[in-house]
Every structure is written in structure tokens, then in C-alpha cells.
Design a binder for this molecule. Structure first.
Ligand code: URA
Length: 229
């Protein structure tokens, strides 16, 4: 890969700005200062130094984040802060696909990855990746059987759809529900369909990957195998 592409992919400037960047900064590979924008490197093998410090580069990156309420599961928005705004150096230099969005007012486990194929696979309905949610309801829950047998809800296109819970457990007004579908507002709509209001919704597991004690707004790297192990 050309050095100008490498550096602009990592948000050090546009391809044309990198020409000046190379003059103003010490960009070094193998003790050689790079001044030509067309200098070829292999980002997966070569360590490039910027002003004496190695540039962090990795592909792919898999991040498990504890999304806080009030953040959009998106890369950019005019109105609301986005989950990528929570990323710090060096992770904020990469472009991420988000696998399985959470609503603005939902929290919990969210996957951000630079591996687009993996994000697609996790999100694809036919992959049937189970997701578990902890739900705070307006009163004690008693409709486990109905949710397991299937309940009619509207999907994102306002089409009627029978949604099934794989597992539903509860303790007074807290329920834990596992689904392997991902329709628009599915969990909220399933509980609403049986007469309960969702006050709080937190995703605690995707596949085998658990949120555990990850603090709100924080993120950790994981191996993609951890989703299936
Ligand atoms: N179901 C919902 O209703 N909201 C979410 O954020 C996720 C699943």
C-alpha cells in the first residue's frame, strides 16, 4: 500500500495533504525517512514510525463496547453523539461497521469492527446469532409462554411478523429474553404486544460474547471466535 493511502486511511489528512505531512513530520520505515507519497509499505508487516513513535495498525479489529443510552449506533450524526465518538487513540483512527444496532435509548453490548464481512454475517437474519437482553418492565412479568410461542408484531416495514423468544426468564419486573431475529425495535415491540412497557433495555450477550462487567462507554478488543466458542 502507498504511504499516502495508509496515512490518509488513518485520518492523518487527505491524500493531497499527506505530501505536506511527510515534509512536516518524521515518517520513518527501517531507519529511512519517507518523503515520497508513493513509497510502498505493507501495513500488516512493516512498523512505520511517526515522530519517533510506532503507528498502531491492525486488521481486522473487533471491539465489544458497552454502549451508553443517548448514543446513536452510527458513525456520524448531526443531532446525537455517536458510538464512534467514544473511541480514543488509536482506535478512533479506523472506520468501523456496526454489527446489530441498538436504539438511542438502549444500552449494552455493541460490536464495532473493521471486518465488514464479519459485521454482515453477524447481522444477517439467516445467521440466527442469538442475542440476550435484560429488560426492565413497568410491572412483574408473567407472559413467558406467549413470547416463546410467538407473538405478532410489526417489523420495520410495518408488515405483520410473528416474533419468537428462544428463552424468556424473569424475576419480578426484570426479564431476560433471547432472540435470534433482529426486527426493528423487536424486543420493545414483543413486550408491548403482551401489554408491558419497556422502561430500560440492555443487551448483555451476542452469540457467546458476554458484556460482563465492561463499564458503560468502554470497549475491549475480542477475537471473532469468541462469538462462537
Ligand atoms: N430491540 C429493541 O427494541 N431495541 C433495541 O435496541 C434492540 C432490540
Amino acid at each position: 500500500m502507498r504511504i499516502d493511502k495508509f496515512l490518509s486511511n488513518l485520518k492523518y489528512g487527505t491524500r493531497s495533504e499527506i505530501k505536506t505531512f511527510l515534509r512536516e513530520h518524521q515518517v520513518v520505515f527501517d531507519d529511512i525517512r519517507i518523503l515520497s507519497t508513493s513509497f510502498e509499505i505493507d501495513p500488516n508487516l512493516d512498523t512505520i514510525y511517526l515522530d519517533g513513535k510506532p503507528i498502531f495498525y491492525k486488521y481486522p479489529i473487533y471491539l465489544a463496547m458497552n454502549k451508553p443510552c443517548g448514543y446513536l449506533s452510527a458513525n456520524h450524526d448531526e443531532k446525537y453523539p455517536c458510538v464512534v465518538d467514544l473511541l480514543k487513540e488509536p482506535y478512533n483512527r479506523f472506520d468501523y461497521a456496526i454489527a446489530g444496532r441498538l436504539d438511542l435509548d438502549s444500552e449494552g453490548l455493541l460490536i464495532l469492527t473493521t471486518d465488514g464481512a464479519f459485521a454482515h454475517q453477524v447481522t444477517l437474519p439467516k445467521s440466527h446469532v442469538p442475542k440476550t437482553y435484560e429488560v426492565l418492565l413497568d410491572r412483574d412479568f408473567d407472559q413467558h409462554v406467549t413470547l416463546r410461542q410467538g407473538i405478532a408484531i410489526k417489523d420495520g416495514r410495518n408488515q405483520e411478523y410473528t416474533a419468537h423468544a428462544l428463552v424468556v426468564e424473569s424475576k419480578s419486573n426484570i426479564a431476560w429474553i433471547t432472540i435470534d431475529e433482529g426486527k426493528f425495535h423487536q424486543v420493545k415491540r414483543m413486550f408491548e404486544a403482551v401489554g408491558f412497557l419497556v422502561l430500560k433495555l440492555k443487551r448483555i450477550q451476542i452469540g457467546k460474547l458476554k458484556l460482563n462487567e465492561l463499564p458503560s462507554g468502554e470497549y475491549v478488543e475480542f477475537r471473532k471466535e469468541e462469538l462462537y466458542d
